[in-house]
Design a protein around this ligand. Structure first.
Ligand code: KG4
Ligand code: ZN
Length: 341
């Protein structure tokens, strides 16, 4: 039920291989979150094929939109504003959602809000934890980003550290491919890791030697690739579970150790996880383990909100809307494949 004071945001997300539309009340209550995933299509090619993703978004967009309104039990007239992911992501994929949102906003006269995809991932936590409010320290772990930020308010953040090369999700995906695991790489590496032993040392990471808050994954990724190639050249067997367990440990401990160092240094008592890699069970466990040693609380989105979805975009859109930020002209919004955090 919508009262006069309630604000309903329609969220639209098409930055990668999920077509999603959601209706969210007051930024925190999900009335619907319709998601059409293309995973089974892209699996055939070992990764997301941008052109195929765009075509499928075109085919699915209208149906997913209708589904979201009907699941929420509302019509477009009940919606206060339309929020859409305008970047970062695959350009051809973003164009579909952005153009749909522009047409909808223009034809209905409703405000259009441009949402940064990563801010959506952070907002997934507001949906799950009704009492969570900034300021807090947030670890962003996705296919395109690895970063620590201080969320100073719902709309203002300060970068503490970022990756100097690859993102953690990218490293998971590349290791998966090298190990012959199918798309999506991250969850398959995790599944293999659960059956393996983490005794292989790919890099010499030492938590006592943390000097800054930046991350690096290309050295670890290359070490894993070289390890596999050397073994194969010598005709030796490789254990995919052991490689995955050892890689996952080093990849995860890097973000865990730096997050703990950051919350201690900046005086926070909570760490919030955001992005697709926050679905990783080992990361969730290790972060919990280390945070509890210093009495800090860990917030992780539920699994269904870790992966791309429009509810998180509607939530981020709500905070933009009530703060009069990123409300754009529906005739001129341009999707952007790379945008700063
Ligand atoms: O946050 P996301 O949607 O990417 C961007 O928005 O950039 O997350 C996708 C990434 C992929 O790299 C995927 O392999 C990874 O998240 N991922 C995981 C897991 N589930 C998804 N990585 C490790 N373990 C998982 N369980
Ligand atoms: Zn994402």
């Amino acid at each position: 039920m919508k009262t006069k004071k309630d604000i309903l945001i329609l969220g639209i997300e098409t930055s990668c291989d999920e077509t999603s539309v959601a209706v969210v009340k007051n930024g925190r209550e999900v009335l619907s979150n319709a998601v059409n995933t293309q995973i089974d299509i892209h699996k055939l090619y070992g990764g997301v094929v941008p052109e195929i993703a765009s075509r499928n978004h075109v085919m699915n967009m209208d149906g997913v939109y209708r589904q979201a309104l009907s699941d929420a039990g509302v019509t477009i007239d009940d919606i206060d504003a339309i929020a859409v992911t305008y970047g970062a992501g695959l350009l051809g994929a973003l164009i579909v959602g952005v153009n749909f949102a522009k047409a909808l906003a223009y034809s209905t006269g409703k405000p259009l809000i441009a949402v940064n995809h990563i801010e959506g991932h952070i907002s997934a936590n507001y949906i799950e934890y009704k009492d969570l409010k900034p300021p807090f320290c947030c670890l962003i772990v996705s296919g395109g980003h690895t970063a620590l930020v201080e969320m100073e308010s719902y709309i203002q953040k300060k970068l503490i550290g970022t990756t100097t090369d690859d993102a953690i999700g990218e490293a998971f995906d590349k290791v998966a491919r090298e190990c012959g695991l199918s798309y999506p790489g991250g969850p398959n590496v995790q599944m293999q890791a659960e059956k393996g032993n983490d005794y292989i040392k790919f890099t010499n990471m030492d938590k006592d030697k943390i000097v800054d808050f930046n991350f690096s994954y290309s050295g670890l990724k290359t070490a894993v690739i070289n390890f596999i190639h050397n073994k194969k050249q010598r005709g030796e067997d490789i254990s995919v579970p052991d490689i995955c367990a050892s890689f996952q440990k080093e990849a995860v401990m890097q973000v865990v150790n730096k997050s703990i160092y950051a919350i201690k240094k900046f005086g926070y008592d909570k760490i919030v996880l955001a992005g697709g890699v926050s679905a990783n069970t080992y990361l969730r466990e290790k972060m919990q383990e280390e945070a509890s040693k210093i009495g800090a609380k860990v917030y992780c989105p539920p699994l269904k909100l870790c992966t791309d979805n429009a509810a998180m975009i509607a939530s981020a859109g709500y905070y933009n809307y009530i703060n009069n930020r990123s409300i754009v002209d529906p005739r001129t919004l341009v999707p952007t494949s790379n945008i700063a955090l």
